[in-house]
Design a binder for this molecule. Sequence first.
Ligand code: NAD
Length: 496
Amino acid sequence: MTQLGHFIDGRMVSDDGRSQEVFNPATGDVSKTVPLASKETVETAIAAAQAAYPAWRDTPVAKRARVMFNFKQLLEENSEKLAALIGEEHGKICHDAAGEIQRGIENVEYACAAPELLKGEFSKNSGPGIDTWSEFQPLGVVAGITPFNFPVMVPLWMFPMAIVCGNCFILKPSERDPSAPMFLAELLHEAGLPEGVFNVVNGDKEAVDTLINDKRVEAISFVGSTAIAEQIYASASANGKRCQALGGAKNHAIIMPDADMDNTVNQLLGAAFGSSGERCMALSVAVAVGEDAANRFMTKMEAAMKDLKFGPYTDNSNNFGPLITKAHLEKVTGYIDSAENDGATIVVDGRNVSLSGHENGYFFGATLVDHVTTEMQSYKEEIFGPVLQVMRVDTMQEAMDIIDAHEYGNGTCIFTRDGEAARYFTDNIKVGMVGVNVPLPVPVSYHSFGGWKRSIFGDLHAYGPDAVRFYTKRKTITQRWPSAGVREGAVFSMPS
Ligand code: NAD
């Protein structure tokens, strides 16, 4: 049985302390064990990062960016191996993992622009003989804590930009699929990153608490569920750290009566069931405006779902794979049971499916639920499974009010041919990432990613321009070189 370790100070470090099993979710078999770092192990990583910081901070930004160029190339060369590591532990199908890796690489590409992004701001002659400039200095040692559902892409939202800005980084990936993040550490090392600049500690709450409580860690980026995000934001902030904590979601699509229904159904199939719905941007609620639109949508969606195929990650003809754990399979099943008990109609039922040869895998079939209302538990909470719930309303405003009232505000979308309606929607909806006929409006790498309301804690969003600001602190310098021999008297009024 392979026992993983940590990546500290440029090498793999074994750990025979506490550990946890890593499962192949398509079979239910244990494939590896992952150590759960002790406080002392995390402190070793922090010390390594701190020791590496002065030299890395003073390395010219173009040289730091060059490491990222090498890293990008290595990611591309090793993308199949990375996709397999994701598939073995997360379960997502190879084509889906390839998409995740590509979106991650785009963040590395953006980080390669650091010499341009960190140029700062300069004002000549801001006073007589005075020049003023602002520069963006690194913070020091920063940490990232990431979820299971994007074991490559979400770490790549964080550390390429943090590192290229001159920080040293400690990644605490999900303990459920740690192999792909560990491989990223190897590739960064191969790309020429000095020892200690990037470290991976595997672990659970003990590792996270150590990062949050240690004074040497300047900032925390977190992505995961809302309950933990809120907790981490509160304790990191109380410890004086800069923190961004992205949480869970419930993403709605409004289906207008004039929508191209075939296109809408195709878009929602991928957005609701792709990756088994284990995406923070998964479209999990469709709000149909008018009975006629709702009925047309349901007929076409039910028919289209007959062709959906789930199975192991190795078969690229599968649309989606298993859920991440047995416990999560039971949780998703519980949500459908509760929807049924609450009076919703289970139109397509994915509970209790079995796949020949994979009887112990954590598979859940695509599920369609109609007549869902705002009081239902399955509506209020994030299900994180291949489940599309449908609500029926009379007007677009009613649909928007429902979305605005939900505690989460990550992503949303409207399907329509009406430009005026779309413009009203994008202007007024209280959600951070909005699509018009685009069901997964995940911003490209040169814009930033983040929801509103309880889908985020903190001011700055992930990646893109906000990441440059998050991983640097502004310093503004005002400078004058008086001519030799010029003597001035003291000035007691505010300089103007
Ligand atoms: P999770 O909150 O269980 O875990 C996230 C990270 O926090 C992991 O590294 C985990 O080890 C750590 N953690 C878990 N419990 C902890 C505790 N008590 N104290 C300290 N650390 C703890 O989330 P998950 O199940 O891995 O991921 C799924 C969730 O992440 C979903 O809610 C999804 O919506 C969300 N997510 C959000 C975004 C976004 O950008 N908003 C992106 C991806 C995933």
